[in-house]
Design a binder for this molecule. Structure first.
Ligand code: GDP
Ligand code: MG
Length: 158
């Protein structure tokens, strides 16, 4: 039961912080060491009238480590079968090649593009996000700013 929702993005953009914020308690491991969320953490949450089955995924990045590569592949497989994508970007750093790869994969899917870390000085070219997505929110998962906009955007997409 529920809308299969995948939280995806580069390591360290704030996926687990967002997962914890939406699910209301500390479950996903938040750390500034990229690649910590090895296994997918799942949680059901109510957003307005809908139930989301949220999956916090390991960060997607270019790597030579075959174990990590396999993890990235699994994340992309899961992504393609999702009902809803929460694509997280870090406003404090420029978009990477992996971000552009991700944008390409999901731009036709039901997606909310989340520009996180809005509490920090912006260092991102937002136009690549605004050009590719219809539903975009700027939030700070750490300071819990913009969550209401995110909830509205999720309900609009579904
Ligand atoms: P993940 O690898 O994408 O799951 O990222 P995490 O949720 O583990 O967060 C990585 C780091 O970014 C942690 O140190 C978080 O505290 C920090 N972080 C997450 N969201 C924000 C935010 O909105 N603003 C700031 N300044 N830091 C954040
Ligand atoms: Mg994480």
């Amino acid at each position: 039961e529920g809308v299969e929702t995948v939280i995806i993005g580069r390591p360290n953009v704030g996926k687990s912080t967002l997962m914890n914020l939406l699910s209301g308690y500390q479950k996903s491991i938040v750390t500034n060491i990229p690649g910590t969320t090895r296994d997918v953490v799942e949680e059901s949450v109510n957003i307005g009238d809908v139930v989301l089955r949220l999956a916090d995924t390991a960060g997607i990045r270019e790597t030579d480590d075959i174990i990590e590569k396999a993890g990235v592949e699994r994340t992309f497989d899961r992504l393609m079968s999702a009902d809803l994508v929460l694509a997280v970007f870090d406003s404090s750093s420029p978009l990477s090649d992996m971000d552009y790869t991700l944008i390409d994969k999901i731009k036709e899917m039901p997606t909310v593009a989340i520009i996180n870390k809005s509490d920090l000085i912006a260092n991102i070219d937002k136009k690549d996000i605004y050009n590719n997505f219809k539903h975009i929110v700027e939030i700070s998962a750490a300071t819990q700013t913009g969550v209401e906009d995110l909830n509205l955007a999720i309900n609009e997409v579904l």
